[in-house]
Design a protein. Structure first.
Length: 319
């Protein structure tokens, strides 16, 4: 990663005012973008196939399908050429952004990063289009996308397999003008993905963070926004999860969790203000060392599980 050496001498403001983000309700914010949306039911159908979740008691629920509407509207409004998505998950966000690119004739590419490959199967809660019954199956993104995604959408999506640090070391795509950060939610991971987004930005960039909260699951994003976003830009906290009209949380007051949207016309200057160049290099180095350790732990866990399953099968056969 190359950083302007002049930034080495750039002091980080010690007395910057840290403000809480402006809070907007998702439907109000989307309406303010003034873009034409497909029927909302189509987002629910796509979400049922790619974003449905199951509680510990076995009941199913629609988890933040509003993010798909928000991503569609932001892409339609700002018309990005290059999107960088950290955390593909099951692909609801990727597909909604590609959907918008097709509907609005945007010749853009969504580079989406995930440690799980598109062909790897795992437990997947789903309601298939045209059916009412929810169940859990072992499926991969490839299995589901070929059934629910239009081929025209897929032309806009570039799947990038691996952990974000390793992937971004070899990134050679066009300058990024839209980033969706929704991978690891710890501060270390969010900060890395934020730095990489700004480093690879073009003249301007819009960044959407998922999982901002003062609760444990969102503290990493909350800290990043507090330290590196609010002092320099004007972020908007968008209340999303189940808050569209008729959602179970539509009227639930909560000014401290949701998704955060911010836009900057000077991403390089913004990045230089958050840390000087030496600190940025140290942050990235430490992150990549941690990522190597994390990958080793994952590989060891996979091997131990494989040995356990093999031994269990051998025991069953003997009995």
């Amino acid at each position: 990663m190359r950083i302007d050496r002049q930034a080495l001498m750039s002091p980080v403001g010690a007395t910057l005012k840290r403000k809480h983000p402006e809070v907007r309700q998702v439907r109000e914010f989307v309406q303010s973008l003034d873009v034409e949306l497909p029927p909302i039911e189509k987002f629910w159908t796509l979400g049922d196939a790619t974003a449905l979740r199951v509680r510990q008691d076995g009941t199913f629920f629609r988890s933040n399908y509003e993010r798909g509407i928000l991503l569609y509207a932001l892409v339609a409004k700002h018309r990005p050429n290059t999107v960088l998505e950290f955390g593909t998950g099951r692909g609801y966000g990727s597909l909604c952004m590609a959907w918008a690119m097709c509907d609005f004739d945007i010749t853009g590419t969504i580079h989406t990063i995930d440690m799980v490959s598109p062909s790897k199967r795992f437990k997947w809660p789903i309601i298939w289009p045209g059916y009412d019954e929810a169940n859990v199956r072992y499926l991969s993104r490839h299995d589901v996308w070929q059934e629910v995604a239009k081929s025209s959408w897929m032309k806009h999506i570039d799947n990038m397999d691996g952990l974000s640090g390793a992937v971004m070391q070899s990134y050679s795509g066009r300058p990024v003008d839209f980033a969706f950060i929704d991978a690891g939610h710890g501060y270390r991971s969010v900060r890395h993905d934020f730095i990489m987004s700004l480093h690879h930005a073009s003249g301007s960039i819009g960044v959407l963070f998922d999982d901002y909260s003062t609760e444990d699951w969102g503290l990493g994003t909350q800290k990043l926004v507090k330290d590196d976003v609010s002092p320099y830009c004007s972020p908007i906290l968008i209340q999303t999860d189940r808050r569209w009209s008729g959602g179970e949380k539509e009227h639930l007051p909560d000014d401290y969790s949701g998704m955060v949207w911010v836009k900057s016309d000077c991403p390089k200057q913004w990045l230089a203000k958050t840390n000087n160049a030496l600190n940025l290099l140290l942050i990235l180095y430490r992150y990549r060392v941690w990522e190597i350790y994390y990958r080793l732990r994952l590989n060891l866990g996979e091997r131990l599980r494989s040995v356990f399953i093999s031994n269990k099968m051998a025991t069953v056969k003997k009995s």
